[in-house]
Design a protein around this ligand. Sequence first.
Ligand SMILES: Cc1cc2nc3c(=O)[nH]c(=O)nc-3n(C[C@H](O)[C@H](O)[C@H](O)COP(=O)(O)O)c2cc1C
Ligand SMILES: C=C(O[C@@H]1CC(C(=O)O)=C[C@@H](OP(=O)(O)O)[C@H]1O)C(=O)O
Length: 389
Amino acid sequence: MTVLRWVTAGESHGPEITAILEGIPAGLPLLAADIDEDLGRRQRGYGRGARMKIEQDRVRFTAGVRGGETLGSPIALVIENRDHASWTGRMGAAPFDAPPEPLTRPRPGHADLAGGLKHDRHDLRDILERASARETAARVAVGGVCKKLLGVLGVEVFAHVVAIGPVAAAALAALTPEDLRARARASDLACADADAAEAMRGAIRDAAHRGDTLGGVFEVVATGVPPGLGSHTQWDRKLDGRLAQALMSIQAIKGVEIGLGFEAAQRPGSEVHDAIGYDAEARAFTRPTNRAGGTEGGISNGMPLVCRAAMKPIATLKRALPSVDVRSKEVFDAAFERSDVCAVPAASVVGEAMVAITLTSALLEKLGGDSLGEVRRNLEGFRAQLAQF
Ligand SMILES: Cc1cc2nc3c(=O)[nH]c(=O)nc-3n(C[C@H](O)[C@H](O)[C@H](O)COP(=O)(O)O)c2cc1C
Ligand SMILES: C=C(O[C@@H]1CC(C(=O)O)=C[C@@H](OP(=O)(O)O)[C@H]1O)C(=O)O
């Protein structure tokens, strides 16, 4: 069984963000440009703050890629933090060349206080730097490699915004893969329908004027997913559980749904489950509806995978909430750090990456293979088996 493993490292204002990805087969064509498009998408979106004007995220492969192809060895991906140039005094390896100003007033909704208590750090910057969603640049880079492999195998993953605060986009169930592709490529809330997008921008503008922030919901759809990924046999191998963990692990995500999600709890069974049919010509089982969102019993069922994630409003508020200084224990307003007002479009690109990584992991477990040719042959063999079922 091929095992996909990956980790990220790096502080938000340190010199670089790094990821190491192991388990990608040899022979996959891979260029930095394949990844950079998604890195750019993650940086855009109405509501992002000043930091995104400083950064110009580009990936550099420092291992595992040669002559535009993967080697089958661990792939190391590095993204520079341009903002580090203004932070060297505060972020250099100890001893600092300038004494750092400690951050001692934890911001509610961030890891500041919980992380300070856990690691016994009174300068909460020691926590904030790693908790920051700057880390999601590395996830998108890893996801970009996975999307490249999935693409070669006929699987496409798209994300789009479906709600900002109370403003929701129109029903999306009927979208074609072409619509989804166009929406996912759109850099901004154009990924929602035009009227909704304008209302969403207005809601973000209003929140910014009030010194407030907004969250929202995005949806990730994967097409071309073969049946049989994940497993019903063990709790930690269930595809729906793995997708939920992957999406929930994104900074500020507080809810995940697959298919009808929470709505399923309100409907009778006859309006939730998807009837089974058979197309003799295509030699494939069919489903007239996809309320399950592409998984049953923890296994992909061949229908498009549909996941949604709810993002809480950005925690750093201009009109800060009360907090307590961790040194003096006096009550103050929480510290304000330069911040986004709304980052749901950016988070949707991260969601796309996390779903792509999860699907790649499950696909390689199912198929095995140390070279792209071997993975392809194994997929063709499995598809032939399905046609004979
Ligand atoms: C793409 C993206 C950008 C974010 N930008 C900010 C930001 O500028 N300011 C902020 O306070 N939180 C931001 N967040 C959210 C925080 O990182 C997150 O709320 C915090 O790490 C606490 O994690 P938790 O909400 O999952 O508990 C962002 C999240 C994402 C996914
Ligand atoms: C740097 C990114 O997002 C950051 C995520 C973030 C947070 O608290 O999560 C806070 C902000 O950082 P800064 O204080 O440097 O402006 C965002 O800009 C990024 O997405 O690349």
